[in-house]
Design a protein around this ligand. Structure first.
Ligand code: ADP
Ligand code: ADP
Length: 225
């Protein structure tokens, strides 16, 4: 069975003056273990809403969202936002270990995990640098390492490369594929870019707006493996 299964999901926001916005209607989607799935569609089609539901950040909806193994809160779901939101007073290493520290995990294993992740995202030489000393691409790679710190079952990414210039973005695409080749992490990626979706994903869910729906799910030919 798929890692995550979304069935018949409806989401209505109640906005100003009690006007209602149907953000998602009749959404079905499966996400298999180890798959990279892209959600693509115009602004307002409900991509972020769907991703927040997957993250457990929004539980106010109709329909079912079920996991093959229930995620452990704060551990099994990694999230990467468009803005890396690193703590400026912490070094790269201490930004990556933030979650582990919050859970009072000071184990040797936890420290080794951080070292392995820094290597994975190519930031070993910058472990003791501060965010302001890094390029935009390096900051986002720090955020990706931080999201992977608990070895989550799934990595949810909301336009993670949207704020980067084209050359850095291309490099990060290849970095993400390299991370995938090492970890085989299940990834759901929200993007505006068809090029990005087809380059990175195994399957692309194409959404349309008003109301937000999944129009089609395409399997990307000649994908990895
Ligand atoms: P996308 O990520 O595809 O741009 P969103 O999930 O952000 O789409 O939004 C889907 C729809 O829900 C849009 O019409 C948006 O205006 C509306 N929406 C999102 N968040 C809220 C909110 N907190 N209150 C009211 N409407 C919202
Ligand atoms: P990224 O791929 O992370 O965006 P850049 O294109 O900005 O990296 O930088 C290319 C290379 O320049 C980096 O891999 C790194 O070796 C070096 N570099 C970037 N920023 C710094 C910095 N603040 N201090 C030292 N070297 C840097």
């Amino acid at each position: 069975s798929p890692l995550l299964s979304v069935r018949g999901v409806h989401k209505t926001y109640v906005a100003a003056k009690r006007s209602k916005v149907v953000a998602l209607e009749d959404v079905d989607l499966d996400v298999g273990e180890g798959e990279i799935v892209a959600l693509i569609g115009p602004s307002g089609c409900g991509k972020s809403t769907l991703l927040r539901m997957m993250a457990g950040l929004d539980t106010d909806f109709e329909g079912d969202l079920s996991w093959s193994v229930p995620p452990r809160p704060g551990k099994d779901i990694g999230f990467v936002f468009q803005e890396p939101a690193l703590l400026p007073w912490r070094t790269v290493r201490r930004n990556v270990s933030l979650g582990l520290e919050a859970q009072r995990d000071t184990s040797e294993q936890g420290r080794e995990q951080v070292t392995t992740l820094l290597d994975l995202v190519g930031l070993t030489d910058f472990a003791d640098s501060f965010p302001k000393e890094l390029s935009g691409g390096m900051r986002q790679r720090t955020a990706i390492a931080r999201a992977l710190a608990y070895n989550p079952r799934i990595l949810l990414m909301d336009e993670p490369f949207g704020a980067l210039d084209a050359i850095t973005r291309d490099r990060l695409h290849d970095d993400l594929l390299r991370i995938w080749e090492t970890t085989h992490k299940t990834i759901v990626l929200v993007t505006h870019s068809v090029e990005e979706a087809t380059y990175l994903a195994d399957r692309v869910a194409v959404m349309s707006a008003r109301p937000g729906r999944i129009k089609a799910v395409h399997t990307v030919p000649l994908s990895r493996e």
